[in-house]
Design a protein around this ligand. Structure first.
Ligand code: ACO
Length: 408
């Protein structure tokens, strides 16, 4: 699927007017991983470029991290939460199968009117959601769309599998796209899906094909599985071509792009993209050394950091590009029009402890952190806590008046 966005009279454009991110404070270093699996800092850095990643605290969730990033993006945009009319949240680690994590975020940010839904396209999810937001705005169906990428991947990793557990981390990023009659914003889009790679990165159990059971848990089928080499081959083959196609749809050449903001999976993949596009690494934004691969959160976290670090100026052309399970890939060429200085103020205006996601009353009785991870992070593993089962029946009126709020 692709879209061209040439300037035409009467046409609506979708500009990035706000951006924000949130990374949890707990850090998991390569040295920590050396204590868990047979690996080394040297191997991880030379094969991936990753030095550390973040781990959500027990009281944090995909929705809570998404809400912080979203409110930062909304403050940066200078709009009110109630001005948002669509919320799209890309994730492969939703808080629940239902409701959507986007619905929880809608309540947490104090929005009353938005349609809210999740987008499932793995690491390409944010780019897919961005493209969807662009379509809502340019078609006239929406004026302000909140686009979020948020993940709590550390709860879906097998910390005895060195092939996967070294790669991933937690976090959230968001942008607000706003309608305008002035040209700018998304100029060209390319989205692809190659289902022959469907089982190269997957999470086998928990869905309708293999509902969760004692057996599926015993087999570790609730953890991410990955064929690293095949995924690497797909990424290096696809990322540059997807980016280039989006650039061509914008009527530009790769050399016209001031900064590429690629999915932060592996430094060698990003170097291959630069080589494929005949561009120096200075045109590639990289922050995977600090966060690892945060899947759908990776591009919006990188975008917010790039802008806040002064790497993007008004009038610059940037490209966001990602690949992921599915095999999916997506890219958007964007003309930047917002004052980059607004981002730092927006970030400072929203602290995680100010944001609350309403949770079921039994929340504290479940420790979501994998035992091996909790041990290495120095957290005591929570002892078995009795779950007050009569308190977890949803929809009972008295529960609504006994809201349990947990700060993030
Ligand atoms: N520490 C030490 N050794 C390791 C580790 C580790 N953490 N992991 C693998 N090895 C070993 C292997 O067992 C192998 O040993 P052997 O030669 O004795 O068999 C050796 O290192 C080489 O392994 P390779 O798999 O060939 O290593 P490679 O250079 O391909 O790097 C990696 C592996 C980093 C996973 C790479 O293939 C990669 O980045 N692939 C893409 C992964 C990715 O981006 N996934 C995210 C997709 S996005 C989404 O939607 C979730």
């Amino acid at each position: 699927m692709n879209a061209r966005n040439g300037a035409r009279p009467g046409r609506r454009y979708a500009h990035v007017i706000g951006w924000g991110s949130y990374a949890p404070s707990q850090v998991l270093t390569n040295a920590d991983l050396e204590r868990m699996v047979d690996t080394s800092d040297e191997w991880i850095v030379s094969r991936t470029g990753i030095r550390e990643r973040r781990v959500a605290a027990a009281h944090e969730t995909t929705a809570s991290m998404a809400a912080v990033a979203s409110l930062r993006a909304i403050r940066t945009a200078g709009v009110e939460p109630t001005d948002i009319d669509v919320i799209l949240l890309a994730t492969l680690t939703p808080d629940y199968w239902m409701p959507s994590t986007a619905a929880l975020v809608k309540e947490a940010i104090g929005n009353t009117k938005a349609a809210a839904m999740d987008v499932a396209a793995a690491c390409s999810g944010f780019v897919y959601a961005y493209a969807t937001a662009q379509a809502y705005i340019t078609s006239g169906m929406a004026t302000n769309v909140l686009v979020i990428g948020a993940e709590t991947l550390t709860r879906f990793l097998d910390y005895s599998d060195r092939n996967t557990c070294i790669l991933f981390g937690d976090g959230a990023g968001a942008v607000v796209l706003g309608a305008s009659e002035k040209p700018g914003g998304g100029l060209g889009i390319e989205l692809t899906t190659e289902p022959e790679g469907a089982y190269m990165i997957w999470l086998p159990a928990g869905g309708a094909k293999r509902p969760p059971s004692l057996e599926s848990v015993a087999r570790g089928e609730h953890y991410v599985r990955m064929e690293g080499k095949e995924t690497y081959r797909f990424a290096t083959r696809t990322l540059a071509s997807t980016a280039l196609t989006a650039v061509e749809h914008a009527g530009l050449n790769a050399s016209d792009i001031d900064l590429f903001i690629p999915h932060q999976a592996n430094i060698r993949i990003i170097e291959a993209v630069a080589k494929g596009l005949s561009l120096p690494m200075e045109r590639m934004f990289v922050n995977l050394d600090k966060y690892g691969n945060t899947s759908a959160a990776s591009v919006p976290i990188a975008l917010a950091e790039a802008v806040n670090q002064g790497r993007v100026a008004v009038g610059d052309r940037i490209v966001i590009v990602a690949f992921g399970a599915g095999f999916t890939s997506g890219a958007v060429a964007i003309e930047w029009t917002a004052d980059p200085a607004r981002g730092r103020a927006g970030e400072a205006a929203v602290q995680p402890e100010d944001v609350h996601v309403r949770l079921p009353v039994d929340w504290d009785s479940v420790d979501p952190i994998p035992e091996a991870l909790a041990a290495v992070l120095g957290r005591p593993v929570a002892p078995g806590v009795e779950v007050p089962l009569d308190d977890v029946v949803p929809g009972e009126p008295e529960h609504a008046s006994r809201k349990t709020e947990v700060g993030v």
